[in-house]
Design a protein around this ligand. Structure first.
Ligand SMILES: Cc1cc2nc3c(=O)[nH]c(=O)nc-3n(C[C@H](O)[C@H](O)[C@H](O)COP(=O)(O)OP(=O)(O)OC[C@H]3O[C@@H](n4cnc5c(N)ncnc54)[C@H](O)[C@@H]3O)c2cc1C
Length: 385
């Protein structure tokens, strides 16, 4: 069976590609850098109606098909354009599914307009994979809840105006049944944000402390104590997405081009003999990864929330990215360790950065062990260990 995108989708692909090249330039290595530039780019996408392409029209989206969204995501990832937006990918869809009419009216328009920055307050120092053990407390007090505790690895909390927050509202109930899901205004008094710098030297995540922070009751999503079931939908959305695979494919293409150049320049052929087969294997793996991501998009197009299928795609894509980063470092040898700051760094230091950043890929959005567990139980029907 040969399957392909509809001609209208391919025409849209060409339009997106032309837009991205115009905005970012022809060389994807010179991609949009910096937070302000990132937000300006997001705003431009919003103005074209592309930021919330597959959102329904009644909430301000373009009402495009999931396949159209897939084409868009492929092009963005291929050009390493900064389209990842928590509000669009996870918060909005979660509010659409579980929020009240007032919450939809209040929170969705600013996401559609590209104005709202959201962060995700789920993980805690003692609760990551076992998220349901979280200890941050929210105690009902009249028309609000008072929050105390701490969240960690909170990406972009230092920029965010809003947080999706999980907090324990019933300490006596079984752990999954005493959690509630809140929308927290990050300007609320008594929130402290402490930066955490990663091993690449970047400040993307934070630890966030809550000291008697007040959240109005109308910011509770879904029923009190049923927040776990709201959060699992958010996490399913998090594991969907083709960008993991396409970004890696672009890196793979660069590595192949580099190998070709080095061979042409007379570099020792012997070293590349084994690498040729490895690179061929990567090309196969990236085709497989693309198909797995297409399957997730197809499920979404049928109105099904991808579940273990998203875990398959996520795990495959993130482990593949790590294997590619390792192969890249081997191929580029010592010079591969030069950082992007060095004018002598091959591929503009891309693989040095990728090698370091890819370590996080099998931790974020569920570790590989957790995703394997999801596939085994939800996908294969095997009992829990
Ligand atoms: C780049 C990045 C961005 C992130 N951004 C956010 C964010 O914005 N908001 C947020 O809330 N969180 C965020 N996180 C946190 C992320 O969700 C957690 O790191 C993740 O859930 C793992 O939790 P942990 O770090 O506590 O590790 P742990 O859960 O302590 O795991 C440690 C090791 O034990 C293994 N393990 C744990 N339980 C099991 C089990 N049952 N069976 C087998 N092996 C197991 C794990 O696979 C892992 O190898 C981010 C993480 C990264 C890396």
């Amino acid at each position: 069976m040969e399957f392909r995108f509809a001609p209208e989708d391919e025409a849209f692909r060409a339009e997106v590609r032309a837009f991205i090249r115009r905005e970012i330039g022809d060389n994807p290595v010179d991609r949009v850098e910096g937070w302000q530039a990132h937000r300006r780019f997001i705003k431009k996408l919003a103005e074209r109606g592309w930021l919330t392409l597959a959102w329904p029209q009644e909430v301000g989206g373009a009402g495009a098909s999931h396949m159209r969204q897939l084409v868009f995501n492929e092009e963005m990832a291929d050009w390493e354009a900064p389209a990842n937006d928590l509000g669009v990918d996870r918060v909005g869809p979660t509010i659409m599914l579980h929020g009240t009419a007032e919450q939809k009216e209040r929170f969705l328009p600013s996401i559609v307009a590209g104005d709202a920055v959201w962060c995700q307050g789920f993980s805690e120092p003692g609760a990551g994979s076992d998220l349901a053990s979280l200890q941050t407390r929210a105690v009902a007090d009249g028309d609000s809840f008072i929050v105390n505790g701490s969240k960690i690895w909170t990406s972009l909390a230092h920029y965010a105006q809003w947080m999706i927050l999980l907090a324990r509202t019933d300490g006596d109930a079984p752990k999954h049944r005493g959690i509630s899901f809140f929308l927290l205004d990050m300007k609320s008094p008594r929130i402290t944000i402490q930066p955490l710098v990663d091993m690449v030297g970047r400040h993307t995540f934070n630890q966030v402390f809550f000291d008697d922070v007040r959240v109005p009751r109308d910011c509770l999503v879904g029923e009190e104590n049923r927040g776990w079931y709201v959060a699992t939908t958010t996490l399913d959305f998090e594991r969907s997405g083709i960008q993991r695979v396409i970004g890696g494919q672009r890196a793979c293409d660069r590595l192949i081009a580099c190998a070709r150049e080095q061979i042409a320049a007379g570099a020792v052929r012997q070293a590349y003999a084994a690498m040729r087969h490895r690179l061929a294997d990567f090309v196969i793996d990236y085709h497989v990864g693309r198909m797995l991501a297409y399957r997730v998009a197809w499920l979404q197009s049928q109105g099904i929330v991808p579940n273990y299928e998203a875990s398959v795609s996520k795990m495959f894509g993130s482990e593949l990215a790590q294997r590619l980063a390792r192969a890249g470092m081997q191929l580029l040898a010592l010079s591969g360790q030069l950082t992007p700051a060095s004018p002598y760094a091959p591929l503009a230091g891309k693989f040095e950065t990728q090698y370091l950043t890819s370590a996080a890929l099998t931790v974020a959005a569920g570790t590989s062990e957790i995703n394997r567990g999801i596939i085994a139980t939800r996908g294969l029907g095997l009992p829990r260990a």
